[in-house]
Design a protein around this ligand. Sequence first.
Ligand SMILES: Cc1cc2nc3c(=O)[nH]c(=O)nc-3n(C[C@H](O)[C@H](O)[C@H](O)COP(=O)(O)O)c2cc1C
Length: 201
Amino acid sequence: MFYKPEDGHGLPHSPFNSIVTPRPIGWISTRGANGRDNLAPYSFFNAVAYVPPQVMFSSTSTKEDRGDTKDSVANIRDTGVFCVNIVEYEMRDAMNQTSGPWDRTTDEFELAALEKAECETIACSRVARAPANLECKLTQILQLPGEANFAVFGEVIGVHMRDDCLVDGMFDVLRYTPLTRLGYQDYSVIREKFSLKRPGE
Ligand SMILES: Cc1cc2nc3c(=O)[nH]c(=O)nc-3n(C[C@H](O)[C@H](O)[C@H](O)COP(=O)(O)O)c2cc1C
């Protein structure tokens, strides 16, 4: 089948985010100007550069009490910082709980009974037991075509790795079980890896 998005797909659900998979999940923590911590998952998320290390995520709709966006983007606009927490399989239910349309005064760390730790380089909480956390300074918020689409870019200025994930000097993703997002309501986990040498290496 072929379809042009502008004409519609004619299927019960859009297949788009099932095609671009698996996607990593950036579990984004921020702190509001009111001092409230916020935490929410974003799978339109990735690393985008090495030096300096940079990441991005994008927010694609609005929340009633936030006007043109959601809490994460609104908080980042106010404070200029955010933290990316990496999600493992064991944290799937907590992660899912933090994705609810909770109002701006809700602290999703408390809601999902997640232990917090204070970031080292920015005024923000992080998920204490996450396999890794990336402390980020906002570089730009890009408004994308569409109604409430914002891509948020950040430079990583602090990196936490859980001690048990460091093996022989390498961050070993198989020391935990990485959770990835598929389409619809589906997820997957990574339990195997293999290596390939690039031509010329
Ligand atoms: C696994 C997962 C991935 C998600 N990815 C995105 C995303 O990439 N962009 C987005 O706008 N919402 C995404 N959502 C929905 C947000 O998490 C949800 O709207 C949340 O309430 C936003 O919280 P906030 O207002 O505190 O930022 C995702 C939800 C889940 C469960």
